[in-house]
Design a protein around this ligand. Structure first.
Ligand SMILES: [Zn+2]
Length: 569
């Protein structure tokens, strides 16, 4: 239930009513009203989710506090307030691109509570500790290098201690329960079906009787993912912040991973080889375990029924333990049914969870047929690189990719068919068979995003599109506007929107990393210009034209001024 519902008329009249009511209130009470959203991270990019909301004057909360990953073309705007001024963080899910900078926020002085589902909290406790270890290892490596050349030591972004401190701030919130967090601030977490514990979050903001609702999608899950539930229907909201990772793309909905996986196992085992799967530790690894359990339980590979599966990633094994302890509320019908039959959906005979590096090394001298699932998912780090070094050359083996390989990563280079690759300084031939497991994705595609958006009839007064590269976020915003007549926009980092008045306070231009404002407002890698960038360029051209009119006659200047005024009206 909305704790302080405001009945609003149809979308077309909303703004006028809001503005009139705000004006009357401010005249009568002579006080300042402010309710504002500032887009900081994942603006025109896929990682680094971070959105600041001022729900009452001078009172702030964050939605997600993620780390940027991979190459991002744009600078992220500075946070306009210090960490100590932020009172709460609401976390949609545990993925590092949504949670990875929480320990830094704590280090910088954040003292408030972090609200998330219990499963997100449990996954964060292992993922942030793992991330801190990576930060410390990287900093130690850089320090060693720097000291040899007379440069300064490098401090880690945050430490294991910061990550442990972060966990003390978590407040667990169950799905579908309204939580009154503070005066004028209530929230409700709903299942987003993207990762165990993932949520979209409803915010009910009120200021002196004036209310607005804001819905932040987090990452919207793909339909029919194993283990976890499908996304819940979208609730009504005045404003919607929606992700667009696959905003212009479609998954192959006919692809069924189990027959492909079975065929890959059979053909590799017939050669006496190993199936090597680079996998993300949290989510994807547990899905793979679900598929292997299915293959064994349904006896799809009777000739190799006892084949062993080694999960060679301490983080993946800790994450599997979190999955095994989760509330049944998080599981889909199939997983619950399997559990009712007394079967563990992600555990089976022949599953080995190796942890020590000795056990990991021993796998490469063991000649038995087997599956090795190792981190990391794009072969950029983790134990997979050791296994690739020992297995990639051998024609008996198969490297099976089970997720997206970003350009420039070792995974992508292997997938694109390089004859040899360099691993730990050694040139290794790519003799193994290279395969892709299609039909698995944690993200809704365009069809799924639209289905979720239209699972509720009410139209938001504004839709902000984020968490997608240029083509995806602008393409998806364009589809919402042009094909469905919805008021959608993909704002750049630093843009601010007044939630009370329903209007932009500031719409920023893109700032390219290390290069300042883009001369033509377009990143170099971009294939085609967006209508929004065309507009900004046209406005700049007009300004240049106007500035060049200093010497023109007053009549000409007046005429142009009138034309511009008319255009603006
Ligand atoms: Zn995610």
């Amino acid at each position: 239930m909305n704790p302080d519902p405001i009945l609003l008329p149809a979308a077309g009249h909303k703004h006028i009513i809001w503005i009139l009511r705000d004006k009357i209130n401010s005249i009568l009470k002579k006080r300042e009203y402010r309710m504002k959203i500032t887009f900081i991270g994942a603006a025109h990019q896929v990682t680094g989710s971070k959105t600041l909301v001022e729900w009452n004057p001078g009172r702030f909360f964050l939605v997600d506090c993620g780390m940027e990953q991979g190459e991002n073309p744009y600078e992220q705007a500075e946070m306009p307030v210090p960490a100590s001024k932020i009172e709460y963080v609401f976390l949609t899910h545990a993925h590092i691109d949504h949670s990875g900078l929480l320990p830094l926020l704590i280090r910088e002085g954040f003292q408030g509570n972090i609200y998330s589902t219990p499963e997100t909290e449990n996954l964060c406790s292992i993922m942030l500790a793992d991330s801190a270890q990576i930060q410390e290892t990287d900093a130690a490596y850089e320090t060693k290098k720097n000291l040899r050349t007379g440069k300064e030591a490098v401090a880690p972004l945050y430490t294991a201690e910061d990550a442990a401190d972060t966990m003390k701030h978590f407040i667990p919130c169950e799905y579908n329960k309204m939580i009154m967090v503070d005066e004028g601030l209530s929230v409700c977490f709903r299942d987003a079906g993207h990762l165990l514990g993932s949520s979209f979050i409803e915010f009910f903001l009120t200021e002196d009787g004036i209310g607005r609702t804001l819905l932040c999608s987090g990452d919207v899950g793909n339909l029919n993912q194993p283990i976890i539930r499908d996304p819940q229907v979208r609730p009504e909201a005045d404003y919607l912040l929606i992700e667009s990772t696959y905003g212009t793309r479609f998954h192959d909905s006919s692809a069924d991973p189990i027959p492909v996986l079975t065929e890959v196992l059979r053909s590799t085992f017939r050669r006496g080889g190993t199936v090597l799967i680079p996998s993300f530790a949290v989510g994807r690894t547990q899905e793979l375990l679900y598929f292997f359990r299915e293959i064994k339980q349904r006896k799809l590979l009777p000739e190799y029924q006892d084949f062993p599966v080694y999960v060679d990633s301490p983080l993946a094994n800790e994450a599997t333990a979190v999955f095994l302890q989760c509330s049944s509320e998080c599981l889909d019908e199939d997983a619950r049914q399997i559990m009712k039959e007394g079967i563990n959906p992600i555990w089976f005979d022949g599953l080995h969870t190796t942890v020590s590096s000795e056990e990991s090394k021993a796998l490469n001298t063991n000649p038995e047929i087997k599956v090795i699932i190792a981190s990391g998912g794009m072969c950029e780090g983790g134990r997979i690189r050791h296994h690739l070094k020992h297995n990639l050359w051998n024609k008996k083996n198969t490297v099976l990719f089970a997720g997206y390989q970003a350009s420039g990563t070792l995974g992508r280079i292997i997938f694109d068919g390089a004859k040899t690759v360099k691993i730990f300084g050694e040139e290794i031939e790519t003799g193994a068979e290279i395969r892709l497991l299609e039909g698995i994705s944690g993200h809704a595609d365009q069809k799924g995003l639209l289905k979720w958006l239209f699972s509720c009839d009410s139209r938001p007064a504004s839709i902000f599109v984020n968490h997608g590269d240029d083509d995806s976020c602008e393409g998806f915003a364009g589809i919402l506007k042009d094909e469905y007549g919805l008021p959608a926009i993909a704002p750049y980092s630093g843009s601010e929107f007044d939630l009370l008045k329903g209007e932009w306070v500031r719409l920023t231009c893109p700032v390219l990393k290390n290069k300042g404002i883009a001369p033509d407002n377009a990143p170099p890698a971009r294939k085609k210009d967006s209508p929004y960038r065309d507009l900004i360029r046209a406005v700049k051209d007009l300004q240049e034209y106007a500035e060049g009119m200093e010497e023109s006659s007053n009549g000409e200047i007046r005429k142009l001024t009138e034309q511009i005024r008319k255009l603006m009206d």
